[in-house]
Design a binder for this molecule. Structure first.
Ligand code: 13P
Ligand code: SF4
Length: 308
């Protein structure tokens, strides 16, 4: 963890503002980013919101504070803009659990099944898929697909959650997110005992047993909206701890507790104000996708954006 004093924060914020002008840039950040990074962004959101916003910004450069698959989705949708990822080695452990070759081999066993792929995946995997989804629209995306047999990659937990909301047959690839998968039912029980008046909100990347114990399973931005609209005052949160910044900022009178202290995505935390400034100054970590893959991946992303 990098510790920075307030003067350094202010100096870096000024530098980032100057670089933003000269690059004609927009800065977007995921809800899991560090508080100070979320605070300098023009837009903060979930995967779906960030994919959408990147198609409508008036900017030459998109500075992406997040992980690689998110910046890659922006590059797939915006070939005419430069996409910079604010930390070159920020990946997603779950996205790395399946390659295009592995998907093709799995697909051969189920000819005729439709591949739905979670956006937490590489451009190559998206290119082999019929349609993408995020945690915010997975149920609607699956409902939109013609055909009753679906191969869902790579997250078994999101796939299982969607399977409880549809009559279709979902075959689940065994990928998972370590941050969410390690949240255990006994930890939820303990948190409920400690905070009996709190509602339990979890991300659908959590295990089915954990989702079953929760009051709601929501994407990160859906969680922010849910809490804002709720008359309750206490919430137990089962997703990455970066969400607490937005929750507390938007709801200063409400209280939030993590199910466990280990809800940290190390890749999301690699971006700091320093890496944002350096990336912009050196115009480094440009995310590109080979055109043949980009066009096929874009079809899957466009189909998703047409659904919801
Ligand atoms: P959201 O789309 O809900 O923001 O989730 C992204 C993610 O990586 C969850 O771990
Ligand atoms: Fe990937 Fe999990 Fe990190 Fe989200 S929290 S970016 S799914 S490793």
């Amino acid at each position: 963890m990098v510790t920075v004093n307030t003067d350094e924060f202010e100096r870096m914020k000024e530098k980032i503002a100057e670089l933003k002008e000269s690059l004609r840039a927009v800065i977007v950040a995921h809800n899991y980013q560090r508080p100070e990074v979320q605070d300098i962004a023009d837009f903060v959101g979930d995967s779906l919101e960030l994919a959408r916003i990147c198609t409508s910004v008036d900017a030459q450069t998109i500075v992406f504070c997040g992980v690689h698959f998110m910046a890659e989705t922006a590059a797939i949708l915006n070939p005419e803009r430069t996409v910079l990822l604010t930390e070159g080695c920020a990946g997603c452990a779950m996205a790395d659990m399946i390659s295009a070759d592995e998907l093709k081999r799995w697909q051969q066993k189920y000819p005729g099944a439709v591949v739905v792929c979670y956006v937490n995946s590489s451009a190559e995997v998206k290119a082999e898929s019929y349609i993408c989804c995020t945690s915010a629209n997975g149920v609607e995306v699956v409902a939109s697909v013609t055909g009753d047999e679906i191969l869902f990659v790579p997250d078994q937990n999101l796939g299982h959650y969607i399977s409880t909301k549809t009559e279709k047959k979902l075959r689940l690839y065994p990928g998972f997110c370590y941050v969410h998968h390690r949240i255990k039912p006994q930890q939820v029980r303990m948190a409920r005992r400690l905070h009996p008046d709190a509602e339990v909100l979890v991300h659908p990347e959590c295990r089915p047993e954990v989702v079953a114990m929760a009051d709601a399973a929501l994407s990160t931005s859906q969680m922010l909206r849910y809490v804002g609209a709720s008359s309750r005052h206490e919430f137990i949160i089962g997703t990455e701890e970066g969400i607490l910044h937005g929750l507390r900022k938007q709801n200063p009178e409400k209280s939030f507790y993590l199910v466990s202290k280990s809800q940290v995505c190390t890749d999301m935390k690699k971006t700091t104000l320093e890496t944002v400034a350096r990336t912009m100054e050196l115009r480094q970590n440009v995310v590109t996708v080979p055109e043949e893959i980009r066009l096929r991946a874009k079809r899957a992303v466009d189909r998703m954006l047409a659904v919801k």
